[in-house]
Design a protein around this ligand. Structure first.
Ligand SMILES: [Zn+2]
Length: 162
């Protein structure tokens, strides 16, 4: 019984710690794109935007880019086309480069960090880590991550609470 009780106490402690870590670390929002509706409230709340360069083949336009830039948030890249599990397939330099090019044309600088859609990733794409910092599972655990369009595995209201 003693061991079970200790496990329960330690687990509760870890969950409480995680709650505060997620509360303190910068809040993120995924799926920022001109073709995905995003609540103003969430855009205000988030500190970091993960922008999709070419969602459904639609590139960013200047008005939209200026609007996003004007919000003074940290901007990172999220996929290239954001197809389902896009980076669970082998992707080459040219593929990544297309996203970076669109991102740079939009905001005037290259993205320093990248998050693959659905956090789907295979080792064959590890070469990308030499060019850009890749945010994977630990990032999702330690940060509150909202989604424009509320299409994440974890709904926005849960993210808000925990
Ligand atoms: Zn996404």
């Amino acid at each position: 019984m003693g061991i079970l009780k200790n496990i329960a106490i330690v687990s509760t402690g870890l969950i409480i710690c995680l709650f505060f870590v997620r509360l303190i670390l910068p809040t993120q929002i995924d799926d920022v794109s001109p073709s995905i509706f995003c609540e103003e409230e969430l855009l205000d709340l988030a500190d970091v935007y993960y922008v999709i360069p070419k969602f459904e083949n639609v590139s960013t336009d200047k008005d939209w880019c200026d609007d996003i830039l004007g919000r003074n948030k940290e901007l990172r890249m999220h996929g290239v086309y954001h197809s389902f599990e896009e980076f669970a397939e082998v992707r080459d330099k040219e593929y990544l480069g297309e996203g970076i090019k669109i991102f740079e044309a939009c905001f005037g600088f290259k993205p320093g960090r990248f998050k693959p859609p659905q956090i789907a990733w295979i080792g064959e794409n590890d070469w990308m880590k030499d060019e850009i910092k890749v945010d994977l599972t630990w990032n999702e655990i330690f940060h509150k991550v909202y989604h424009c369009g509320d299409t994440g595995v974890i709904p926005n209201w849960v993210v808000r609470v925990f």
